[in-house]
Design a protein around this ligand. Structure first.
Ligand code: PEP
Length: 253
């Protein structure tokens, strides 16, 4: 049985007092929603704050990227070991906002996946197609290409150490989420592909949906059999709305 997971991707937002209100509010308001799991991915400078507030609680935290390298002369980068030192359980890798700026490629995401899991982090591996690719009916091809690039580097069994997130680029930050039917079709296809490679991995791996997931559409999306939760950007900036999304996940667990 796959437990639902809701992850806040707070991107490059936040202040120390704002994070405090968000994290404490989330802890308080999700007390009764314990059938699902929750995590918050914050900008790196705020991970110490997350560690101080969330240690010993059921809410996990993580980074939004990490270097492929270990310690060394990489000015401006943060290693997997450093994220672990700040108590992170998760790290987002391959987000389209990085891929589109040329900061990540199919191959570099595979390397990050490997480095993250070796350090004991659970990567949240993002995949998804552009609007143009969607309109040309290329969603399957693009997501399988992204998935294969990682599997080739780490092997199918190691994929189980992470979480997948299907995030159509045309739905990110646009207010226009994929329909629950579209999201379900793609997730079902991806899961089926993985089952063919390894039944256990395919059946057990969590696949999240991300892209304009809000309080308004969460219940319908989470009601789909292959959607195991969500990666939430904009709506995670509002504590009340994020709590409602967590509640929707809990109700459908
Ligand atoms: C994201 O960037 O991962 C995301 C899902 O953003 P939003 O919810 O704002 O579409």
């Amino acid at each position: 049985m796959r437990r639902k997971l809701v992850v806040a991707n707070r991107k490059m937002h936040g202040t120390i007092p704002g994070n405090k209100a968000f994290l404490e509010g989330l802890l308080e308001r999700t007390k009764e929603y314990r059938d699902s799991e929750y995590a918050v991915c914050l900008p790196h400078p705020y991970l110490y704050q997350a560690q101080s507030i969330l240690t010993g609680t059921p809410i996990a935290w993580g980074g939004q990227n990490m270097s492929r390298n270990d310690d060394g002369p990489y000015t401006g980068s943060v290693s997997a070991r450093m994220l672990v030192e700040f108590g992170c359980g998760y790290v987002i890798i391959g987000h389209s906002e990085r891929r589109l700026r040329g900061q990540d490629s199919d191959n570099s995401v595979g390397e990050r996946f490997q480095v993250a899991t070796r350090a004991g982090l659970k990567p949240i591996f993002c995949m998804g197609e552009t609007l143009e690719e969607f309109e040309q009916g290329l969603t399957d091809l693009v997501t399988i290409r992204q998935l294969n690039a990682v599997i080739q580097q780490i092997g199918i069994k190691n994929l189980a150490k992470g979480v997948l997130a299907y995030e159509p680029i045309w739905a990110i930050g646009t207010g226009e989420a994929a329909s629950p039917e579209h999201a379900q079709t793609i997730l079902h296809f991806l899961r089926g592909y993985l089952i063919l490679k390894d039944t256990e991995v395919g059946n057990n791996i969590r696949i999240l949906y991300g892209g304009s997931l809000k309080a308004q559409n969460a219940a319908q999306l989470f009601g789909m059999p292959d959607i195991d939760g969500g990666l939430v950007g904009s709506a995670s900036l509002n504590t009340e709305e994020f709590v409602e999304i967590c509640q929707a996940a809990n109700l459908s667990s």
